[in-house]
Design a protein around this ligand. Sequence first.
Ligand SMILES: Nc1ncnc2c1ncn2[C@@H]1O[C@H](COP(=O)(O)OP(=O)(O)OP(=O)(O)O)[C@@H](O)[C@H]1O
Ligand SMILES: [Mg+2]
Length: 382
Amino acid sequence: MSSRKSKNSNLKHGECISQVQRILRERFCHQIPKGNLFGVQAQYKHLIELLKRTAIHGESNSALIIGPRGSGKTMGTFAENLSFLLEALKKGDRTTSCPVIFILDEFDLFAHHKNQTLLYNLFDISQSAQTPVAVIGLTCRLDILELLEKRVKSRFSHRQIHLMNSFSFSQYLKIFKEQLTLPEEFPDKHFTEKWNETVQGLSEDKNVKDVLLKHFHASKDLRSLHMLLMLALSHITSSRPFIIPTDLIEANHLCSMDSKANIVHGLSVLEICLLIAMKHLNDIYQDEPFNFQMVYNEFQKFIQRKAHSVYNFEKPVVMKAFEHLQQLELVKVMERTSVNTQREYQLVKLLLDNNQIMDALQKYPNCPTDVRQWAASSLSWL
Ligand SMILES: Nc1ncnc2c1ncn2[C@@H]1O[C@H](COP(=O)(O)OP(=O)(O)OP(=O)(O)O)[C@@H](O)[C@H]1O
Ligand SMILES: [Mg+2]
């Protein structure tokens, strides 16, 4: 029956899969906007207003769009605004003069040019020329103004639009769903329906949500979400045509199987013990920041109750090991030390998750058994 069906609107399975992969890969790699930009409408409205004033009313302007990597600067500015711009230009009165819009992506790089001549000239004409000019700079440098020379700065309008990736997890889930959803124009209606149902199911699955939450907390950068989806997408085949939760879990695994695991490989047993102590602290305090003293206490409990193979090091030695972990960027300091905070009480966070630690331990050469058992025990000795 199904073969008869496939003659009219339904594609063959293999064809379907390659089409799905092509469409979605394009979406993930080529930055083709699908649906709306999330959480940045207000900011872009501001930009559109600005460009409108240039395009329609002939006012010159300049502005900087500032936001972290992957926050939609390039896509937003080009995809969203250019379509508007073309419309506006059509409406504008072109008998007088034609407005010119300069968009400088990676704006900060131009600041390194000798004398910042280009920036100087652009900002200068945006202030003085007869022709309406808008200069829009895109950058991820928050300190961009400090990079500008005085004469350049004084010609800049000081309009700044900040994109902050400030969406909530529920919006993030929505983006996840939208990014995976097949468009209505997809040639195989039956497949599209099933695919989109699966995607809906994924977004409600607990394991998938866990994976996404982890990604969300690590970085709201949608590029890293795209990377995750790309890896998951590569698991589908014509015999297994839909993404299942395990695909995402494995993809997450691949994403997080970074150089950190290799770093752990080269640590001393004492440093490994500190990582395990921090893992337990994370379990107990649900990923709240902690300090060295807490890690030290946790380590002491282990030494006193359980350890046969680990030597009880002096506290300064343990501190040294702890600082080494900071240097390796496995542990991150949460706040700048005020002069008064002692090093022991500085709040820190572990930048490895439980799976990363457990995986690294699996491969750790000659890991003492009691240390391994301590890592695996779900409750620390309170
Ligand atoms: N707010 C958003 N809503 C939907 N998609 C977004 C949003 N922000 C970013 N994206 C997606 O993230 C990807 C990266 O966006 P973009 O290239 O615009 O980032 P960027 O800010 O220019 O980063 P970079 O500083 O590295 O150039 C794009 O594919 C886009 O689809
Ligand atoms: Mg960009």
